[in-house]
Ligand binder design. Structure first.
Ligand code: ADP
Ligand code: ZN
Ligand code: ZN
Length: 776
């Protein structure tokens, strides 16, 4: 295996420490490799390299270069350097070490999170025999995606000389004539494929022109930019309001002093936070530095992108999940080589390989999507603070509804609190009305719309104003039940009921995708009285059409926005007033800023409140506040109608009064009584296995190992069945660790992983460690 070329290297020479991209317990430590003399200039800390590892050749990352080792006679050597420039900076290397310790994950997994997928090792299905006879997965080096190169044909002669040449060419050289003619028409430079097609010519015709020194064929790199060819109207900074000025002043001071500081910017919806971000970034650019702006994926709307591109043009790189692998790779290189100065994107944009970072902004900092729910299970807030400290740059956490954790930290002066209490230029926050749906029911209204909301919708239709209707399908999905015996149709692989999809008359599991045909008879009692309960977007759409004949509705949910660009198209159509009503799930709760929207309706505010999650009230409050914020953002005042079965709940009451502080106080009391964050930390261990008894036994074994190793004040709760006790035919049990101060916890949990290794490797137990679970 490998090449023999370097096997007789003279001893001496430097050694590289390499993390191999093989995420297996035990392989996750640095290995020493010799650096052959012909690569010595290229191998640097942060380089991605190909190295032999056992019988395989894998990719790895150089984390350090050190001097001679005595035993280096036995060392293998680096076989190749895979990129022109090391993809990882020294800072990112340090960050990966910190992440692997803090979140108990492999160093290679942390590094993977930082790189565009084009550079990640691919796992293939192909298997090889390992020395011990076991079949193993091969981790292949990623060399499949590279820059896109295109061949161009360029005319080397002046136009008048070409005219003369055309006369000199033999009559039968029709193709060569056509080629020269086409080149003349197109300013002397055309893509080769285009030229051949336009002139119906073959490559050899171009080659013979090249041999005569008339044209040249050369390949050039073409950037894959999803925004190429789009123009954005240039915007100028707005004169700041006094409140904005004050906030801006604080941030500028920190930028000037190159001082790390975390600010919590608490500003009501429409208070001008984004304008402050834009002007702070302009300041950072003037100092020759770079900025990262994180927004939740769902609020990465065309409107948001337009605001940044409109102010800063091509210096802005946009990073989000819908980029193709190639687009992502090109965007990443634009950042790495310094062409882009500002990155705006979802969670992973936080790893932009900037070297002169001057500012990090996390907008809507309370969003749960800032927590990654797969390894490495990091929270963007913590990573941003690491980077801010490293670069001595300020970090701004912005929100109209800060997370309890962040607000509590601001109260304790761990973060600096800045606030914008009013909307720009005194525009009013919308008037919110809470409608008690129990009373509606008592007075005989069984429809989805209260009389109040019905009337408001009618008014809007008459006045030709627009509305946004919000329905949260997540916690209240339609389920299928037999009215005679109460049988509920469930997924055979997961402990969860199936959701009815009307379009194709199927019942689907939202966890594993299992699908069944629409039920005609109850499998339990053969009754035909099957009913579909709950409310989803599709059902509301249907009800709207029946109740308000002629209403034009744009529905936005996962089903209507699956295709690339669909999201933008729908929003654009709504902005053009092609519909009266925008109906959707969470994805419409944020970032939208439409002139003509004067009514926001929440069909069922309780749907999130009753989820088995200690953050349910906080999420409900945040969501209702965000949704309400979509109304009346410009000149026209807005109105909000919230329908609910629990009108007195404090999260609903406080949201309707735009009262963050009362909500905060009340929720903090509840968290204190129950011993939840931010008063205690929680970490979660999740065990899963196809066999229930085995799963419970393994979880108990782990809990018993852990308990005596924790300090007395800490608790291990469980093991108990997880909220969804079975997914994809695997049973799930969990332990919760509750603690105030447990500085060695990460290290202990890594030890636990090693201790449980026999179960994991031999018996396929899965053990997930989540240091800061967002959903419990
Ligand atoms: P937020 O990010 O807090 O929701 P935005 O920055 O989007 O607030 O501002 C809300 C609206 O007010 C936007 O339409 C924005 O263009 C406008 N706006 C913001 N700052 C100013 C200002 N200083 N003068 C005039 N209009 C402003
Ligand atoms: Zn039945
Ligand atoms: Zn399922």
């Amino acid at each position: 295996m490998g090449c023999i070329r370097n096997d007789n290297l003279p001893a001496g020479g430097p050694i590289a420490e390499v993390i191999v991209d093989v995420p297996v317990l035990g392989a996750d430590k640095p290995y020493d490799y010799r650096i052959p003399p012909d690569l010595s200039g290229q191998v640097q800390p942060g380089s991605r390299v190909a190295v032999p590892f056992g019988p395989r050749k894998v990719q790895g990352y150089v984390i350090n270069i050190k001097g001679k080792e005595t035993h280096q006679g036995q060392l293998k050597h680096i076989e190749a350097v895979l990129d022109d420039q090391p993809p990882l900076t020294e800072e990112l290397l340090a960050l990966s070490e910190w992440m692997s310790e803090k979140y108990v994950c492999f160093r290679s997994t942390a590094i993977q999170a930082m790189l565009p997928s084009a550079l990640k090792a691919r796992t293939t299905k192909e298997v090889i025999e390992s020395p011990s006879g076991e079949k193993q997965v091969v981790y292949e080096i990623s060399d499949n995606v590279t820059a896109r190169r295109v061949s161009y044909v360029t005319l080397l002669k002046e136009a008048k000389d070409v005219q003369r040449l055309l006369q000199e060419l033999p009559k039968q050289a029709l193709k060569q004539r056509a080629i020269l003619g086409y080149l003349l028409e197109h300013e002397g430079k055309v893509m080769l494929t285009e030229l051949l097609q336009a002139c119906q010519a073959s490559r050899s015709s171009v080659q013979s022109l090249q041999e005569k020194g008339i044209v040249t064929i050369a390949t050039e790199e073409v950037e894959r930019d999803p925004y190429a060819g789009r123009s954005f109207a240039k915007t100028d900074p707005l004169p700041l309001t006094p409140a904005q000025k004050e906030v801006f002043g604080h941030i500028i001071k920190a930028i000037e002093k190159e001082q790390f500081q975390t600010y919590l910017l608490h500003g009501v919806t429409g208070s001008g936070k984004t304008e402050v971000y834009l002007q702070a970034i302009a300041h950072v650019l003037k100092k020759g530095k770079e900025a990262i702006v994180l927004v939740p994926e769902i609020s990465l709307t065309p409107q948001m992108v337009e605001r940044f591109k409109g102010r800063f043009g091509d210096q802005v790189a946009v990073v989000y999940s819908r980029l193709s692998v190639g687009e992502r790779y090109d965007t990443w290189r634009k950042i790495r080589n310094g062409q882009a100065k500002i990155v705006i994107g979802a969670r992973s944009a936080l790893f932009a390989p900037f070297e002169r970072l001057g500012l990090i902004i996390i907008d809507e900092e309370h969003e749960s999507s800032y927590k990654q729910e797969e390894n490495p299970r990091y929270h963007a807030r913590d990573v941003a603070i690491f980077r801010g400290q490293y670069h001595q740059a300020p970090v701004i956490l912005g929100s109209a509804t800060p997370s309890l954790e962040s607000y509590a930290r601001a109260r304790k002066n761990v973060y600096t609190l800045l606030s914008l209490k009013e909307r720009v230029h005194g525009r009013a926050l919308p008037k919110v009305e809470v409608v008690d749906m129990r009373q509606e029911l008592q007075s005989g209204n069984r429809t989805l719309f209260s009389r109040h909301l019905y009337q408001k919708i009618e008014e809007r239709l008459e006045q030709k104003e627009q509305m946004v209707l919000f329905i949260n399908r997540r916690g209240f999905s339609t389920f299928v039940m037999c009215r005679d015996c109460g049988f509920v149709l469930q997924c055979p692989h997961c402990d969860i009921s199936l959701t009815y999809h009307k379009v194709n008359h199927t019942c689907r599991c939202h966890y594993c995708g299992h699908t069944e045909r629409q039920l005609m008879r109850c499998p339990n009692c053969q009754s035909e009285h099957i009913r579909f309960f709950g409310t989803g977007t599709q059902k509301v759409e249907e009800a709207l059409a029946q109740t308000f004949p002629g209403i034009r509705v744009i529905r936005m949910d996962v089903d209507t926005t699956r295709r690339k660009g669909a999201h933008e198209k729908l929003l654009h159509a709504f902005g053009q007033h092609k519909a009266d009503c925008l109906l959707g799930t969470q994805m419409i709760a944020k970032g939208l800023d439409f002139d003509n929207v004067t009514l926001v309706g929440v069909i069922a505010a309780d749907s999130m409140l009753h989820l088995p999650d200690f953050r349910a009230a906080e999420r409900t409050f945040q969501l209702l506040t965000q949704v309400s914020g979509r109304a009346g953002r410009r000149q026209k005042p807005g109105e909000v109608v919230i329908q609910t079965y629990t009108p007195d709940h404090y999260s609903i009451q406080c949201a309707s009064q735009h009262d963050y502080h009362t909500f905060y106080e009340q929720e903090m009391r509840y968290r204190f009584q129950k011993g939840y964050p931010p008063f205690y930390y929680l970490s979660l261990l999740l065990f899963s296995h196809p066999d229930l008894t085995y799963c419970i036994k393994a979880a108990e074994e782990a809990a018993n190992w852990l308990k005596p190793r924790l300090s007395k004040q800490s608790q291990v709760l469980g093991p108990v069945a997880a909220p969804i006790p079975k997914i994809k035919d695997r049973y799930r049990y969990q332990c919760m660790i509750k603690y105030k101060n447990e500085s060695q916890l990460s290290r202990l949990l890594m030890e636990l992983l090693h201790y449980m290794q026999p179960h994991i490797a031999k018996y396929h137990l899965q053990l997930q460690i989540d240091m800061e679970p967002q959903v419990i």
